[in-house]
Design a protein around this ligand. Structure first.
Ligand SMILES: NC(=O)C1=CN([C@@H]2O[C@H](COP(=O)(O)OP(=O)(O)OC[C@H]3O[C@@H](n4cnc5c(N)ncnc54)[C@H](O)[C@@H]3O)[C@@H](O)[C@H]2O)C=CC1
Ligand SMILES: CC(=O)C(C)=O
Length: 257
């Protein structure tokens, strides 16, 4: 079986690191995201290292039809599909009294609906191909323990852990495993944006904002995207075959469950 992965939100940050890690591990990779120029750059860098290993696809994960079409396009292009990684996400900073309907809608449509469309599309394609597969969802340490000012985001990430557990039970008879990864504080545009907003809300700078999250990490440093990609490489590989419904926390020691 050819190893073929579909990774959303792969134009930067954690998704980019996952796509590159899986290509290094011998996967063909669909590098998927909203902005074609961003995913095209990542795909080109992968193809320079591993000829014809990557395909760039522009998709808005809130759109069910687009996700289904892109998953099918991936299987058609590479002749198989074995792993789907629902990594794309958004993280608005939301002090509770400032939460509004638009923010709830946008965040849930991206993080929760996008994950559900990815699970559905993966399942449909795995079934059509006549074999099982692996689905891997991005949650967060903020989906394991509540973080101040991240109520809406945290709600979506708690939901993703729930969806991971329910679909693991539902899809096991099809030979499909469903797991999640929960990063801690990772050096990506998302986290720098959160740190900036939390700092600004307190009348402080970005470093202060970042410290609200990073102080107390047991291993004494914030995460590189590659720290997360290493764990996802494990979840995407055969060494995790007997694991399903679990959330692998990759946070350097922030929350202990
Ligand atoms: N950076 C961090 O500290 C943490 C990140 N995470 C999670 O890891 C995942 C990746 O996060 P980062 O790389 O940090 O974020 P990021 O913001 O740097 O990258 C996310 C990517 O997702 C894409 N995206 C957003 N909405 C989309 C949509 N509707 N359709 C398609 N693509 C879309 C963005 O364009 C962006 O390229 C997210 O699910 C995030 O919630 C979890 C815990 C900590
Ligand atoms: C953005 C995020 O997932 C955090 C702070 O855990």
């Amino acid at each position: 079986m050819t190893k073929v992965a579909f990774v959303t939100g792969a134009g930067q940050g954690i998704g980019e690191a996952i796509a590159k890690r899986l290509a290094d591990d011998g996967f063909k990779v669909a590098v998927v995201g909203r902005t074609l120029t961003k995913v095209a750059r990542v795909a080109e860098e992968i193809n320079t290292k591993h000829a014809d290993a990557a395909l760039a696809i522009s998709v808005d994960v809130t759109k069910r039809d687009e996700v289904f079409a892109a998953v099918k396009q991936t299987a058609d292009a590479f002749g198989d599909l074995t792993v789907v990684i629902n990594n794309a996400g958004v993280a608005p900073t939301t002090p509770i009294l400032e939460v509004d309907e638009d923010t709830i809608k946008w965040t849930f449509e991206t993080n929760v609906n996008g994950t559900i469309w990815g699970i559905q599309a993966a399942t449909e394609t795995f079934k059509a191909l006549g074999h099982g597969g692996k689905i891997i969802n991005a949650t967060s340490q903020a989906g394991v323990e509540g973080n101040a000012e991240l109520s809406v985001y945290g709600a979506t990430k708690f939901a993703i852990r729930g969806i991971t557990q329910t679909t693991a039970k539902e899809l096991a008879p099809l030979g499909i495993t469903v797991n999640a990864f929960a990063p801690g504080i990772v050096k990506t545009p998302m986290m720098y944006d959160v740190a900036h907003n939390v700092g600004k809300n307190a009348g402080k700078d970005d470093d202060w904002g970042m410290a609200q999250f990073s102080d107390g990490i047991a291993l004494g440093r914030v995460s590189e995207p590659e720290d997360v990609a290493n764990a996802v490489g494990f979840l995407a590989g055969s060494d995790s075959n007997y694991i399903t419904g679990q959330t692998l926390i990759v946070d350097g020691g922030m929350v202990f469950h």
